[in-house]
Ligand binder design. Structure first.
Ligand SMILES: Cc1ncc(COP(=O)(O)O)c(C=O)c1O
Length: 421
């Protein structure tokens, strides 16, 4: 019995899919303690958009630590925090003409979601939050209430209140699901009542890479305005460049009232989360929503470096879009080979392939790991094989990973055919 089986809770997850001991990593390559090397298409579940041990961030962080600078600052002013806020304002908010206040929450995504839900409820004085089928927003009680998957909801162990679920774009095929939302909001007898807000992902990361259309989001914003509800975009997974732009909704021409960011915000895998809210929504009383770990200054150092390095011009964004095109082309080719058995999903560097069931997708990811590719599944049945590689991946490594993936799909689909005959 190894130390993990002996000591670590049964709740552990990823280590079951990738049962080795990892030692080192650089950009999109992982190494284990037996000398094996893996292409990383998991990217710390979307936390390593700028790669493992990004050398620019590493240098800045080492210098900061070497100088005995502040590590933990609660919400006190520090030089690292000032520099992050100034860079975020100058390079992210102002060029996009976005006027928002920044709230530092506890350092995980679910903390930011909890704060966003509280803001919406406190500002409107209403309780219900509209969430969407296949939405994922975290596993603490409030976030689990607006998360769709019963696996996470049931683990809370008590009734979850304050959420109503509506069909996401595409959930009912070609039917415009906003028709149902509008009808339910306009009908006093629909059972929905008057919600405080909607919370939505532009690309459903855990829910199977469903990417809503721009028009759907524009329609959703219109409905929110008409019915006096706040629009919360949860950009924790799709944000920080993963879609090709810093915010995933930049090409949609919408202005969310509240935005949550975490995962790749620090750029170095260091925990950090924020909520952006329109200034008039900032009705918090001092310290009302607190948390000991809101001042991870190491994360502020690398978050600032991430913005200064990659978001001062469009070079990085263009390179992400180019790699997304390569991925799309390759996945579409694979889809074409297998007809209706394989479906391309997602956008940006958040794409994947949907299979008939989770068993097939699991077989593909297991084989991939044997052949040197770390990749996970998502979706209600785990039926979608999902590419979430660092955005900085070298094109040669990207192609190597896609090659392995294509081979694993071929082996698995042939096995499936052989089983059926
Ligand atoms: C869209 C979205 N929101 C919230 C969360 C929760 O973030 P965390 O796991 O850091 O609590 C996730 C995590 O995958 C996510 O993808």
């Amino acid at each position: 019995m190894d130390i993990y089986t002996k000591l670590e809770s049964n709740v552990r997850g990823y280590c079951r899919s990738f049962p080795v001991t990892f030692t080192k990593a650089q950009n999109a390559t992982l190494h284990d303690n037996e000398g094996n090397q893996y292409v990383d298409f998991l990217g710390g579940a979307g936390t390593l958009n700028y790669g493992h041990n990004n050398p620019i961030f590493k240098k800045a962080l080492l210098e900061y630590i070497e100088a005995d600078s502040i590590t933990h600052g609660l919400d006190m002013h520090t030089e690292a925090k000032t520099a992050f806020l100034e860079s975020f304002d100058n390079n992210i908010l102002q060029p996009r003409i976005m006027e928002y206040k920044v709230q530092f929450t506890g350092p995980t995504g679910t903390n930011a979601v909890e704060a966003a839900l509280k803001i919406a409820r406190n500002v409107t004085g209403r309780q219900t939050i509209v969430s969407f089928t296949n939405g994922f927003h975290g596993v603490t009680q409030g976030a689990a209430a607006v998360t769709a998957n019963m696996y996470y909801k049931e683990s809370i162990g008590m009734p979850l209140a304050g959420a109503s679920f509506m069909p996401y774009d595409g959930y009912l095929g070609d039917f415009d699901t906003l028709i149902y939302l509008e009808k339910a909001l306009s009908d006093k007898s629909s059972g929905l009542g008057h919600p405080a807000a909607v919370i939505v992902e532009t690309i459903q990361g855990e829910g199977g890479l469903n990417a809503g259309k721009a028009e759907w989001f524009q329609g959703l914003q219109k409905i929110c305005k008409k019915h006096d509800m706040l629009l919360i975009v949860d950009d924790i997974q799709a944000g920080c460049g993963r879609s090709g732009t810093f915010f995933s909704f930049e090409d949609f021409n919408i202005q969310p009232d509240i935005i949550t960011l975490s995962k790749s915000l620090s750029g170095y895998g260091l925990p950090m989360a924020i909520v952006l809210m329109k200034p008039e929504l900032d009705i918090w009383k001092p310290g009302e929503h607190n948390g000991t770990f809101r001042g991870n200054n190491h994360a502020f150092v690398t978050a600032r470096m991430a913005i200064d390095t990659y978001w001062k011009d469009t070079e990085f964004s263009d390179s992400v879009k180019n790699k997304a095109k390569i991925i799309r082309g390759r996945l579409k080719e694979i889809q074409a080979k297998y007809g209706s058995k394989v479906k391309h999903k997602g956008r940006g560097i958040m794409q994947g392939l949907e299979f008939a069931n989770g068993e097939i997708a699991d077989r593909i990811t297991e084989l991939a790991f044997e052949r040197g590719l770390v990749i996970e599944t998502s979706g209600s049945d785990g039926q979608v094989v999902k590419i979430l590689t660092p955005l900085t991946i070298e094109e040669s490594t990207l192609n190597k990973g896609l090659e392995i993936l294509e081979g694993c799909v071929a082996t698995t689909m042939n096995e499936d055919v052989a089983k059926a005959s």
